[in-house]
Design a protein around this ligand. Sequence first.
Ligand code: IPE
Ligand code: IPE
Ligand code: MG
Length: 252
Amino acid sequence: MLTPMSTMIEHIDKSRLPRHIAIIMDGNGRWAKEKGEDRLFGHFHGVESVRNIVEGCAELGVEYLTLYAFSTENWDRPEYEVVGLMELLVNTIRKEVESLNKNNIRLHVIGDMSMLPDYARAELNEALEITSENTGLNLIMALSYSGRWELLNAVKNIAYEVKQGRLSVEAIDQDTLQRYLCTSGFPDPELMIRTSGEYRISNFLLYQLAYAELYFTQVRWPDFRKENLYEAILDYQNRERRFGKTSEQVLS
Ligand code: IPE
Ligand code: IPE
Ligand code: MG
């Protein structure tokens, strides 16, 4: 049984919040199917969860929230679903941009934007521009994103810089690599949540999740609400993050 929401939020230690939470929003299709509805019905309801969780993170003071909305592999889904998802994305952004601005939320996008249809890219660019001065929550949408695509892209760009004589092989370190990732400028997520009972990463932030605490829940994304987020944060706060050290070292 869930602890009532008011009690759960009281137990969260505000001084030890994850700065960056990343979420694989999974289970829309199954949620809809279980209700005898089309998969797109699930995606449509998933937007309500996005709104609720963005609000929850902003209220708590989480600095970065990355949402995995569409993977490079998702392009291989049936055409009607891909088209439906793109339309939903554009309509949602159009509807929500004003409220993002009002709440001082800055939108970012990571992923292969060249794959998006022109109308979706144009809408996104406008929203990025409109929210670019905001200083509250950073909302990072992973769209047409995959970790392998990102790493391949980084390697190619680094190789190009070396070829041009602007970078020496010896100078390449972890900071260099991070600068060539789409997430340069964002801290690594401390907490990664996946909904819907799947226990995998599905090509999400492969490099950045190296030391993230992973939290899996059976709850399907369209049912995921603030109280589920609080539960995940409480679970995170009960863990000991050792980064390869011993428990004694961490506690001293
Ligand atoms: C997540 O829900 C949303 C996207 C991948 C776009 P799914 O569409 O993967 O739903 P399931 O996993 O099939 O239930
Ligand atoms: C991961 O979910 C991608 C997103 C949530 C956007 P998928 O449903 O595509 O992942 P798999 O196929 O179950 O691994
Ligand atoms: Mg899925």
